[in-house]
Design a protein around this ligand. Structure first.
Ligand code: GDP
Length: 141
């Protein structure tokens, strides 16, 4: 499987719960490496720009309101099949439907406050990693 870099965000609910360490441990245990990271409180403009693809969706405003409600932890994860592996670890968007043992099953409260974001394709991974880490080199080891 290809070595990939993907974007992961621990959303304000996960940061408020003081769960950054517990969630990062899951990525590391699954063989994903944190190759860039920072804690940031997004402005409304940044959150709207990041989620621009969802602009027309009915929940757009709620989603942006939530994402600016507190700091988020953004990171680039690198590893074999990192995009799908991250999505598997996250679980379904709606925590009520997330498989037991996934991050969302364990840490998420609702479809808005669903603990984590993860890029869903190679193309979004490229743009989302560049959004937060424009100078990150293609990582090889
Ligand atoms: P993800 O890739 O699993 O995060 O899901 P999507 O890309 O479909 O949606 C992006 C984010 O929008 C999700 O993580 C949710 O926080 C939010 N979202 C998605 N669907 C809904 C919905 O039906 N209602 C609300 N309120 N939020 C939603």
């Amino acid at each position: 499987m290809a070595m990939e870099t993907t974007l992961s965000i621990l959303k304000p609910d996960a940061v408020r719960k003081n769960a950054i360490g517990q969630i990062l441990a899951r990525f590391e245990a699954a063989g994903l490496q944190i190759v860039a990271a920072r804690l940031v409180h997004l402005s409304r403009r940044e959150a709207e720009a990041f989620y621009a693809v969802h602009r027309e969706r009915p929940f757009f405003k709620d989603m942006v309101d939530f994402m600016v409600s507190g700091p988020v932890f953004v990171q680039a994860l690198y590893g074999e099949g990192a995009i799908a592996r991250n999505r598997d670890l996250m679980g379904a968007t709606d925590p009520k439907k997330a498989a037991p043992g996934t991050i969302r099953a364990e840490f998420a409260d609702s479809i808005d406050a669903n603990a984590v974001h993860g890029s869903d394709s190679a193309e979004t991974a490229r743009t989302e990693v560049a959004f937060f880490f424009p100078t990150l080199a293609i990582h090889r080891r």
